[in-house]
Design a protein around this ligand. Sequence first.
Ligand code: NAD
Ligand code: ZN
Length: 345
Amino acid sequence: MFTIAKTEAARGIWSAFKEPLSEPARGMVMVDVIAAGICGTDYHIYSWDAWSAGRIKTPMTIGHEFVGRISAIGEGVTGYSIGDRVSAECHIACGECHFCRTGNAHICEKTSILGVDRPGAFAEQVEVPASNLWRVPDAIPDKHAAVFDPVGNAMHMVATAKVTAKNVLIVGGGPIGLFAAAIAKAHGARTVALQEPNQARAAIAKSLDLDLVVNPRDPGASEEILALTGGHGPEVVLEVSGNGKALNAALDIAAPGATFALLGIPAGLVELDLGAKVVMKGVSLIGITGRRMYETWYQVEAFMLKNPDLMDKVITHVLPATDFAHGFELMDEGACGKIVLDFAD
Ligand code: NAD
Ligand code: ZN
């Protein structure tokens, strides 16, 4: 097996090598990786953009969405056995700050992230604090269990925005937007519309039987969304594109009093007419980061157990881990939903 790591802080230079296996530290376990999802963050690091160059200390094993089996247990860990199949929360919060102590560890300012700040899961083994583990029920297959993390991002967003009986617009049909659409539907939204310019991704959205899938570049897109919502506009908008223009367009058509859950991360500053589009419309803008620990994990587990068909539609590729470069190419083209790498052999 191999580890995908950046060997030089120069774009495009990668190597595969075997990492020495070590004993887990106190409170930690070693997990033999079975499968791992490729996240947009991994793609950013792989393409070595400005964010990656400023944040990642090389060499770094990337990857943070995974499922595996516990192969070694550190001192002081109780409740787990060798062979247990687990996923894990990749945000390692400090556990001691005001936010951690008030049930808000997802916004802990001392968070260290697997595959970003410390060695991650595109490897034979990953070392994880036992407190971050999530035991996976047998009924959830490996390829689903590998993506608890991004489904958790989508779940946290949908649950925070409270979609039941609401007209929902999802802006962006990347993997997280697609998972969010599936979850919003399962959570009893009145209607679910999704806008996505990439036709391959729009086709995946259509396979989820949403009420409307539109191309935002189509001049009639806004009218179609308004017509679906009886002319009022969506009451909930889930922003998963990181596109500032798309956010502005959604603010234009949203119903007064709408809730916007913002998960997409814009590349730069975004200009907004706050007075007219937010204050006077009584709109709520809510930033969404990570997953609630561990409420979101219970919700994701329930969703995966009940909706394996929806999971299968959004996970479009399972590739041997050695084909990771092909996975990144597919992401570059947007010719995919979620991609999972198989590390089992
Ligand atoms: P992605 O980049 O694959 O998906 C974004 C999608 O938005 C793409 O399919 C793109 O074609 C589409 N898009 C572009 N312009 C659009 C427009 N005008 N209208 C509608 N769609 C448009 O990313 P992803 O993995 O699905 O993640 C979504 C976003 O969430 C990214 O910005 C990512 O950085 C961010 N993210 C945030 C968190 C968090 O904790 N807040 C966690 C993971 C990812
Ligand atoms: Zn903390």
